[in-house]
Design a binder for this molecule. Structure first.
Ligand SMILES: Cc1ncc(COP(=O)(O)O)c(C=O)c1O
Length: 400
């Protein structure tokens, strides 16, 4: 007798979480492993955020709150959307949950009927497709060309749309490719969406503040205000503010959808951590200048790692414009033989080889919907990154 639902057999566990856990286990076992699998900044949560949380606890803010967040947090979210994105929302149009991941899940649970399709441009964050299936929908993966910087173009979008399309998922800056959609990119997609009234747009902007080369961030609903009523704008404090463990993400969108998401949350999670909410308010309303400083640090690491990996035969690094990952093309390693005699048929084996031989943890590209690639996180010190690149280069040199 199986203890699990049939539905579960359709779902893959998170590859990045799996790789991170493998690294944690090996490190705990005393193995000298460098993990480049982690999807979280190595910076600390700012002190003023921690102070705000402590003050909240001392002030007795330790009880359940309203399901979608306190009014104070919702006001801070509204302030953030107005200040950073030029988007105006009212209180019934915003909701907070335990991480952006959960916000996405609420949205899909609240809106998908069986067979509804969700267009997921690839390479894509590992969870979009799996959450879609969990919510009864069908992911439609739309592969994006590397020579278009892995961005979805209007033609590919048009071809992916059917009468069953419910959502287009956008992610800018993108995990894993680091692609940042320009105003023109978004305007071209908006032109397509406009022609298909059944299509809603979910835009995951969690890496908004980690953007390089002086590029300007644009939010879909800001570029296409006439589509705001069909857009769910997602963000959170995890990445930019280095608050992954606090678990606060949020959404702005049409009141009807937000109310439906709140209904799902009320019967699943209930209210979110009161103390984290106080911290998130401090993050959103407090000083913002350090965000740029941290983005600059990520940019310096990007340049350093690109220079190092760029000299490794068989690897081709795509230059990310944001987020903190490098998506490395490894077709030059496919078909090569390891010192133990195994042939690297896919990027899954490449990632395994790098773990076994270089003791560096990376995540295979297959998990992100395209191959052969692997993703490395640059959210670790330059010293560790340099050591990891040396190990990778040495391991690659041992392939025949
Ligand atoms: C693209 C993307 N969206 C959402 C999340 C989840 O963020 P949160 O910590 O707010 O749940 C991640 C985390 O890795 C991500 O990469």
């Amino acid at each position: 007798m199986s203890l699990t639902a049939v539905r579960l057999s359709l779902i893959n566990p998170s590859a990045s979480e799996g790789a991170s856990q493998k690294a944690r286990d090996l490190i705990a076992a005393g193995v000298d492993v460098i993990s480049l699998a982690t999807g979280e900044p190595d910076f600390d949560t700012p002190d003023h955020v921690i102070d705000a949380a402590i003050t909240a606890m001392r002030a007795g803010q330790t009880r359940y709150t309203g399901t979608g967040g306190t009014v104070e947090l919702k006001k801070a979210i509204i302030e953030k959307f107005g200040r950073d994105n030029g988007l105006a929302y009212e209180l019934p149009e915003v909701l907070a949950s335990a991480g952006t991941k959960n916000v996405i899940y609420l949205a899909l649970m609240a809106s998908l009927d069986p067979g509804d399709e969700v267009i997921v441009p690839a390479p894509h964050w590992v969870s979009y497709t799996e959450m879609t299936k969990m919510a009864g929908g069908t992911p439609v993966v739309a592969k994006c060309a590397q020579n278009n910087s892995f961005k979805l173009d209007a033609q590919t979008l048009e071809q992916a749309i059917t009468p069953r399309t419910r959502w287009l998922m956008l992610n800018t800056p993108c995990n894993p490719s680091g692609a940042v959609y320009s105003r023109e990119d978004l305007a071209a997609l908006a032109d397509v969406v406009r022609r298909h009234p059944q299509v809603l747009v979910m835009t995951d902007e969690i890496y908004e503040h980690i953007i390089f080369d002086g590029l300007k961030f644009h939010s879909f609903a800001e570029v296409a205000p006439d589509l705001k009523e069909r857009t769910l704008t997602l963000n959170g404090v995890s990445k930019g503010y280095a608050m992954t463990g606090w678990r606060i993400g949020f959404a702005g969108g049409p009141a009807e959808l937000i109310a439906a998401m709140k209904k799902v949350q009320s019967q699943s999670l209930g209210s979110i951590c009161s103390i984290s909410q106080a911290g998130a308010i401090a993050a959103l309303l407090g000083p913002q200048a350090y965000l740029q400083e941290r983005a600059d640090a990520f940019q310096a690491r990007r340049d350093g790692v690109m220079a190092l990996l760029g000299t490794v035969p068989g690897l081709r690094c795509h230059r990310p414009e944001g987020a903190f990952y490098l998506f490395v093309e490894c077709s030059g390693l496919i078909g090569k033989r390891t010192p133990k005699g195994l042939v690297l048929d896919r990027d899954i084996e490449v990632a395994e080889y790098l773990l076994d031989e270089a003791r560096v943890v990376v995540v295979n590209g297959t998990a992100y919907g395209i191959s052969p690639y692997f993703r490395i996180s640059i959210a670790t010190s330059m010293e560790r990154l340099e050591a990891a690149c040396t190990r990778i280069a040495d391991a690659v040199a041992r392939l025949k």
